[in-house]
Design a protein around this ligand. Structure first.
Ligand SMILES: Cc1cc2nc3c(=O)[nH]c(=O)nc-3n(C[C@H](O)[C@H](O)[C@H](O)COP(=O)(O)O)c2cc1C
Length: 338
């Protein structure tokens, strides 16, 4: 039977299937069940920059009453009741998860501006986090901050977090970079050990009756997987970073595809939120079965065998596939287009 043991961020994992950052990490019983079902590690929910800055400002207001913000900027701050867990409770949760589990526990920070909040990574480490996942969920809205500026700002955030800890740091990215490989290479340069591909973009809808924006989290389907497979294949073997897939993994075969494209680990949120520990069990079992059929003895041997580093000119190869795909399209029999 294939050996699923692997390494992620230098940590030894019993399997490459990881619980993604989400509310699942709040529930210790669920985490224990997921470990028994085959999880290789767990990432706790995020602590947000906005939450940490708000706490710091509240402390300043309390101490000298001098720090204040105008009404407009206050209306842009999240209400303090919005967050499930403050920083202190979060550190307690890391300690509790560490003592309840044998698998690595990864803390998550989430923010996009350089500043003192990144030092909190050190407190996560001191509470026992085996690694830090830094989520750079960032959508450019400025007319004056160009792509280079956005990347420089994000790299400062990563540098700040990496400087605050000795444990490894992985960076969770959105798919929207002019050059993902070049940005990934720069992430390595400022100290990151891994990247997680990708954040899901929580696209709002419009309520036409209320004439308002509707925001809700829709769980993923495996239709979101190809974007991740492409990102993995683009980076695997070409940058000195470990790769994780996040988004759209719902079956053992989905997980196998991620590994073939270069993932060291796959992360699950939606599948667990929908089906509980059974999702973990069936994905681990499905992976095992598929790798056995393919004849792999170790999951590590399959990593990256379908990655783009095998192509002598990845850019030309991408163009060729694009042209082939469009030119190869034929109407389905009976399909209507006129
Ligand atoms: C309810 C919910 C809460 C989430 N909270 C976080 C979070 O706090 N930090 C984070 O980095 N990702 C968060 N995510 C994103 C997941 O970690 C994951 O990247 C995303 O759901 C895609 O994976 P999936 O297709 O397996 O759901 C959350 C997802 C869901 C569904």
């Amino acid at each position: 039977m294939v050996d699923l043991r692997t390494h992620w961020l230098g940590l030894a994992l019993p399997s490459p299937v990881v619980v993604a950052s989400s509310p699942i990490g709040d529930d210790l019983d669920a985490l224990v069940s997921l470990e028994r079902a085959g999880a290789g590690a767990v990432v706790l929910r995020s602590l947000f920059e906005e939450q940490l800055i708000d706490e710091q400002m509240a402390a300043h207001r309390f101490i000298d009453g001098q720090v204040d913000t105008d009404a407009e900027s206050r209306s842009m701050m999240p209400e303090s009741g919005m967050f499930t867990m403050g920083p202190d409770a979060y550190l307690v949760q890391i300690r509790r998860a560490k003592s309840a589990l044998g698998i690595p526990v990864i803390g998550s920070l989430n923010g996009t501006s350089p500043g003192g909040w990144t030092e909190l990574a050190g407190a996560l480490e001191a509470s026992g986090a085996d690694a830090i996942e830094l989520n750079l969920y960032d959508l450019a809205t400025s007319l004056t901050e160009d792509g280079h500026d956005v990347e420089a700002r994000q790299l400062e955030v990563v540098r700040g977090v990496c400087a605050a800890v000795r444990v490894p740091v992985s960076v969770k990215l959105t798919p929207f970079y002019a050059s993902l490989p070049s940005f990934a290479k720069k992430l390595r340069g400022v100290g990151a050990t891994g990247v997680v591909l990708f954040n899901r973009f929580y696209q709002p809808d419009i309520d036409l009756d209320a004439l308002d924006v509707v925001r809700h989290v829709r769980l993923s389907t495996h239709q979101e997987l190809p974007l991740r497979l492409h990102g993995l294949a683009l980076l695997s073997g070409r940058v000195d970073l470990e790769l994780a897939a996040s988004g759209g993994v719902h079956s053992g075969d989905d997980a196998v595809k991620c590994v073939l494209c270069g993932a060291a680990v796959v992360q699950l949120a939606s599948a667990i939120l929908e089906r509980g520990p059974d999702a973990m069990r069936s994905i681990v079992a499905g992976m095992t079965e598929r790798f056995d059929t393919m004849g792999y003895e170790r999951v590590d041997h399959a990593r990256g065998v379908l990655a783009l580093d095998k192509a002598p000119d990845p850019h030309a190869w991408e163009r060729l596939q694009y042209v082939r795909t469009l030119q190869g399209w034929r109407p389905r029999r009976g399909g209507k287009w006129k």
